[in-house]
Each structure stands twice: as C-alpha cells, then as structure tokens.
Write a protein that binds this ligand. Structure first.
Ligand code: FES
Length: 587
C-alpha cells in the first residue's frame, strides 16, 4: 500500500456525513453510499488520495481551443488558477466546455451562446464542485458562462482571458477590431491597395487575447467586474501579462474562500449589481451587445432590464472612457490608467456601493481599497466627459414598437436627426448581391434598411453594420443611416440602428418597409418612425403574411422554437425562471 493511500485511515464512504466536495451531486444508483464508493474508486484511478479528495472541490471551465485565439493563454491561466486553489487548500478540477470565437462560428456566435450556457450550467450541476472559476473572454463566452452559472446557482468567480496587445502598421498603432473595419473601409473606398490590406492583416492582432478596443469582449469584462463577479481589477490586464496571471491565481484562491463562506451567486447577482452594470455599460461607451447579454444574465435571475429606464439612466450617465470605437485609446491603456477602479471611482455617486462582490466585501469597499486615483488621460472626469450622455440610446416608434437601440457615442452627429428615403434589402443575401452594384439607387441622404437578421430570421448576426454601398464609399461617404433587426460588433461605428423589435421574421413593422418609404430618426426625441399611416401598414401586413422560420431537427429546431426577442436577451424561453423578480431598476 502506498504511504499516501489513507483510504483505511478513517476516510469512510459515508455520504450522509458530508454533502460537499466529492459527495455532491452523486450519480443516482438508488444507493448513495455505493455511488460515492464508485466515484472515489474511479477518481483514485487518476492517482488522487483521500486527503486530496477531502478538500473543497473547485471546478475550472477550460475553454481553450485551437479555434479560439482569444483564449490562447488558457494553459497559463489554468496553471495559475490551479496554483491559487491549491495554495488556499482546495482541489482544482478542470473540465472542458464549448468555446466560441467570433470568426470561427457559423452561422454566427449568437446562435451558439445559449448552447454554451446550457453546457456550462449542466456540467456545473452534474459534476461535484463547491465553487467554480469560469474562464471566458471572447464575446459570447462570458455571458454564456454567467448565464449558466446563474441558473446553476453555484458560488462562482469569473476570470477573463484578457485583451490582446496592439500592433503597428507603418508606424500607426492598430488593434482588432475597430481598425480591421477602418482599414477594410479604406480598401473598399480604394484608398489603399491589395498589397497594403494584406500587410495590415498581419498587424491587427499582435498577440493572443480578446479584441483590444471596447468591443463586446471588453464590455463584458467590465460588466463582469461591475457585477462583482471578478476579483477587483480583473477586467483589464492584457492576456499576456503577469498582472493577468496574478488575477488568475487570485481567482483560484477566491473560489476556495467562496466555497468555504458559501457565498452564492444569488448574493452577488442582485438588482443593485445589475443596476451598477447598466451604469458601467453606459459610461464605458460599451458594446450594444452588452444590453442583450446583460438582459439575458438578469433574466436567469428572474429580473427584467427596463430599457426605458436604461435610456433615462443614459441621460445622466456620461461616457467617461476614451477607448475606441467611441474614443482613441485601447484596453492596455485603460489598464495602465488604473482599470476599472479608476472608472468606478469617478462613477461612485451613481453606483450602489453596498452591492456585494465575490471577495465578500462590497463594491464601495473595493473602490476604497484600490486607493486614490492618479493623473491619466483614459478615464475622463464627469465634468469633462468624452460624450455628455451614456453611449447607448433606446429608440421607439411605429417602426420599433418593442424598442431599438443606437450607439450614439459612435454615431455621426449630423445624422442623428435625419429623415430619408428607405433603400431596402430583404435579407443578407439580397444585400450581398446588390450593395456594391453601380446600379443601386442610393444617395448619402438615404437610409439603408436590412430585414430578416433578427433572432429567428438569421440568429441575429452582427450584420447591422452594413457596408457603405461601394459607389458612395468611393465617392467619399463615411457614414449613412442604417436600420436592421440585427446586431453589430462592439468594435463597429456609425449611425446604426439595431435590435429593432419585434423583428421582421415574426411580422414586426420592419417587414413591411418598402423602397422609397420615408423614415425619421431622431435620437434627441428617441424616435424611429416609418412615415406611413397605420392603415397602410395594416394593409401591407394583410397582403404579405409572414412565414416564421422553422427547422426539422437538432439544435437549430430548438433555437427557432425557443429563442426570445432582443428585449428578452435572445435567451431561450425555457431557460428563464417561471416567476419574475421584477424590473431593474425598480423605479
Ligand atoms: Fe474574440 Fe473579438 S474576436 S474578442
């Protein structure tokens, strides 16, 4: 017998004595004692001792994948998390889940987010663990993990993989993916040639890690910290830095503490935490996708994000963070400027400082513990913001009875009050076929309308950022009003109305817009109107009943039958709890 084998020294197989650690969630054979006996027999086959198996068990989601360079530092992160868990007296147990990268997800990553959340939730429930470290980074992964963990109800710490470093092209600093879009726009407008665009392609992503601007990944990292789900300072360290590895080690240690204190996720993801996250989303000029994901995470806790209230909050919450695409800096600059502590300190009067965080201390206590601020130029002061209102405005009108949104901080000021003629594309294929045609009847004063890219129409791709029609781009047009029921990348910019609800595929008014209709956009009045009468709209609807997309089998069938609209977070209806706990914010 090995001298480390203490199976005969009092580690009885008695599941009634302990419901934690390895004794949690036993496979059901109708005999709990046998279930634990069998589990331990198998895990000992991997060389574990009873002494190790008696420790608090901390799960770690391993979302490393050759298809996900945004998670390319996973091996180093895993090692650091395990070190932290072991130092704190826990037993690390890593397991794989689905990993989603934006550019390696067909038809698009939103289609897979709910699947990843289900995968995460079910493994968290199926395998024994007292707490979990969720490692995510690329756009859909953090929301999927928070949704899954919220539903599973386990103590959880979110660890972010971290942003990529910026690169350099002919002395100009570049980073994915705002600069990807900018350079592609230059190429389309024939300002740069094929040789230069190929050269830029090798410079935009200078290391592993998530997009280096305030895209959806960075937005969700900041939201996770604002929710109190990360270690303080966990949002901003770049992927390849020592700071990121220290955050990983701390996350592991913290998860052991969470398990010991039994600090559940329901004590962190409260109404106050979500309201803080809404403030942060507005103040960072965050991705429009952040609203959808925050709505979905809140929905798992039974809360409903009140979009009108978000808009009201936006009117009193300035954009303070000077990051692309709303500003000029990159995530590594935000980290050097003190990261989220600098932002939260400035936002303090607008936050619920008594919201609990995974450290067991309140958000206010963590802001104070971060110490005083210092001179920097990335986070502006409330008296000198980069944009006077929140980054996102919520629109309403007969074209979007359930609401639509616009990222006003990244829009062209002269187009935010605009009336124009609709140039309609029936779907993505139609747009791809005609957008660059020299015969397209379009002027810079027109409004591009793209239908059938909502949740049921096309799994809501980031196609709301329609390209400027080639003939206008070549003539120097840099922006044009665009409207759709789809999403856009958080790294994109322009006067772009998104998330039109209800979507065209289920018969929302957008389905009945015709070429030549007049549309009015007024961001000041929060208005999105199709300038035709109600009678004419009803007449068009009666002439063209919609056929809602269906599928014969598999996950696509589940998706199409269950997916909700943008105002419900594009979650599956059956994953949301049956009773709602109310709106956020309450007043
Ligand atoms: Fe992964 Fe941008 S593609 S964060």
């Amino acid at each position: 017998m090995s001298n480390t084998d203490d199976s005969k020294k009092g580690h009885a197989i008695n599941p009634a004595a302990n419901q934690d650690g390895m004794a949690k969630g036993l496979t059901n054979y109708g005999d709990r004692g046998f279930s634990l006996f069998l589990r331990k027999a198998f895990i000992k086959g991997a060389g574990y001792t009873d002494k190790a198996l008696d420790r608090p068990v901390i799960g770690i989601t391993n979302t490393g994948s050759a298809y996900n360079p945004c998670h390319g530092n996973m091996p180093q992160l895993m090692e650091a998390v395990k070190r932290g868990i072991m130092m704190a007296g826990g037993l690390p147990m890593d397991f794989p889940t689905i990993s989603i990268h934006e550019s390696f997800s067909q038809p698009n990553s939103m289609f897979l987010r709910n699947l990843m959340s289900m995968d995460t939730e079910e493994v968290l429930l199926a395998a024994p663990m007292d707490a979990v470290v969720l490692i995510g980074g690329c756009d859909k992964t953090v929301p999927a993990q928070l949704m899954g963990a919220a539903s599973a109800g386990l103590p959880a710490v979110q660890l972010i993989t971290g942003s990529m470093l910026t690169g350099s092209h002919r002395s100009e600093r570049v980073g994915a993916c705002t600069d990807c879009r900018r350079y592609w726009g230059k190429f389309r407008a024939e300002e740069i040639d094929a040789e230069e665009i190929a050269e830029v392609n090798g410079k935009l992503v200078a290391s592993v890690g998530t997009c280096s601007v305030m895209g959806t990944a960075s937005t969700m990292a900041c939201i996770a910290e604002a929710l109190g789900m990360t270690v303080p300072g966990g949002a901003t360290p770049p992927a390849v830095t020592a700071d990121r590895m220290r955050v990983a080690e701390e996350s592991g240690a913290l998860a052991v503490e969470l398990a010991r204190k039994r600090l559940g996720i329901d004590q962190i993801l409260t109404e106050k935490a979500f309201e803080n996250a809404m403030r942060v989303l507005l103040a960072i000029g965050g991705s429009t996708n952040g609203i959808i994901h925050l709505t979905a995470i809140a929905g798992r806790m039974g809360f409903e994000i009140d979009l009108k209230a978000l808009d009201r909050m936006g009117r009193e919450t300035p954009v303070l963070l000077d990051l692309k695409p709303s500003g000029i800096h990159y995530m590594e600059d935000f980290h050097a400027a003190g990261g989220m502590a600098t932002l939260l300190r400035e936002l303090k009067p607008l936050l619920h400082l008594d919201a609990m965080t995974v450290t067991g201390r309140t958000l206010g206590e963590e802001i104070d513990a971060a110490g005083p601020g210092f001179k920097q130029d990335v986070v502006k002061t409330a008296s000198n913001p980069i944009y006077p209102q929140g980054g996102i405005a919520v629109l309403e009108g007969n074209l979007a009875p359930g609401g639509a949104i616009i990222k006003q901080s990244a829009a062209h000021p002269q187009l935010m009050e605009h009336e124009g003629r609709a140039v309609v594309f029936e779907n993505l294929e139609d747009m791809a076929n005609r957008i660059d045609s020299p015969n397209l009847d379009v002027t810079p004063e027109d409004i591009l309308v793209l239908k059938h890219i909502g949740p049921k129409g096309a799994a809501m791709p980031e196609a709301g950022y329609m390209p400027i029609p080639k003939k206008l781009a070549v003539a120097g047009c840099k922006d044009i009003v665009r409207i759709s029921d789809g999403r856009m990348s958080g790294t994109a910019f322009g006067t772009i109305v998104l998330h039109v609800t209800p979507e065209s595929a289920i018969g929302g008014p957008l389905a009945y817009v015709q070429n030549g209709d007049r549309i009015r956009l007024s961001v000041a009045n929060r208005e999105l109107s199709l300038l035709i009468s109600d009678e004419e709209l009803a007449r068009r609807a009666s002439l063209k009943p919609v056929v809602i997309p269906t599928a014969q089998r598999g996950y696509r069938k589940l998706f199409l039958e269950s997916v909700t609209q943008a105002d419900k977070g594009v979650d599956f209806d059956f994953l949301m709890p049956p009773a709602t706990a109310g709106k956020i914010p309450k007043k």
